[in-house]
Design a protein around this ligand. Structure first.
Ligand code: 8YV
Length: 337
């Protein structure tokens, strides 16, 4: 790890920036803190992270850094870990509570960017855009054809089934309405009548969603209960013409079962931005042509990534100033402090 320390500011609180961030954001932090930053962007080992957290009061991390009891074992001064991510399945919240460490995330600022991407992935998947591009690049396009061109599935007038109807799920539903799609959804809890109306969505049981949707989009948070929400049994309920899009988290889909289903033509196609064990991708998925693959980039526009970093910094600063961070997850730690 290439760790840089600004030693001239030793009287300032120490913080860790676990991954590369925008240079301007680093400069902003250096005005207030003694910053230990990992601008090499190389993922730290668990041991290096534990050591790096041992003498800092705050840390900015991403979804790739696991913050659990072991990471916190030597962290005697740590007050806050600010995730540059809305999902926080990398946080062991009970362990952070036990250590008295505030956990924060970055909701709202990425909702529309992520919903845009979910819709883009859905369109690319249904209309076989990457498969078509590979076909053109491979020189296989020798003539226009009614039937011997990559034929896709329509979005307009189709039914989209959204599993996980938080802010991003609702954003996708609103976009689907613009395409004249029928929107059904499944969620831990049903939305208020007002929210359902705003995104034209009807609540259905998971089985009914899988049976009726032409396109299934996954936007639920990863929890132990949500592990393999979609496996072989769920795929078996889907229409053979259906598509599946996962912009949620790896582990929500059983990637091995999905690869088998895609290879056997049990569903039409899949679009994946997240993978079990990413950045590794299941080798059988790589063999499928009816798939669109992306490297976990749903929030990746420069404007949004800057907004995520800024919100994470705001959270960290509030916590270190003794104020309640705007997106504090474990409020009990703040109220006890
Ligand atoms: C992050 C994400 O880029 O916010 C999330 O939950 O999935 C992405 O926006 C990723 O988690 C890296 O921190």
């Amino acid at each position: 790890m290439n760790t840089q320390t600004n030693t001239s500011l030793a009287h300032k609180p120490k913080i860790l920036v676990a991954r590369a961030i925008f240079p301007e954001a680093l400069v902003k932090l250096e005005a207030f803190y003694e910053v230990h930053s990992n601008q090499s962007d190389q993922l730290m080992s668990a041991e290096a992270l534990q050591k790096a957290l041992s003498d800092v009061q705050g840390a900015l991390v991403t979804g790739s850094e696991r913050i659990d009891a072991s990471a916190l074992a030597l962290a005697k001064d740590l007050k806050v870990v600010a995730n540059i991510s809305v999902g926080y399945n990398n946080f062991d919240i009970p362990a952070m509570n036990a250590a008295g460490v505030m956990a924060t995330n970055t909701p709202d600022v990425l909702t529309d960017t992520t919903a845009d991407f979910g819709f883009a992935l859905l369109m690319a998947t249904a209309r076989r855009i990457t498969e078509s591009e590979h076909w053109v690049r491979a020189g296989k396009w020798d003539q226009w054809s009614i039937v011997n061109n990559p034929l896709g599935m329509d979005l307009h007038n189709s039914t989209v089934g959204i599993i996980g109807m938080g802010r991003i799920g609702q954003g996708i539903a609103k976009r689907a309405l613009g395409f004249g799609m029928k929107v059904i959804y499944h969620n831990r809890s049903q939305l208020s009548a007002e929210d359902e109306k705003a995104c034209g969505a009807s609540y259905v049981a998971k089985e009914s969603l899988l049976q009726n949707a032409d396109h299934v989009v996954l936007v639920l948070p990863y929890t132990a209960q949500n592990h393999h929400t979609i496996g072989a049994a769920e795929i078996a309920l889907m229409k053979p013409t259906a598509t599946l899009v996962n912009i949620a988290r790896g582990g929500i889909v059983d990637d091995s079962a999905l690869a088998q289903a895609l290879q056997a033509g049990k569903i039409f196609a899949a679009g994946l931005d997240v993978f079990e064990g990413e950045p590794q991708v299941h080798p059988e998925l790589l063999k499928c042509s009816n798939i669109v693959l992306a490297p976990h980039i749903a929030s990746a526009t420069e404007k949004t990534r800057r907004a995520m970093v800024d919100l994470a910094i705001e959270n960290l600063q509030a916590a270190l100033d003794g104020k309640e961070p705007p997106s504090l997850i474990n409020t009990e730690v703040f109220s006890k402090a």
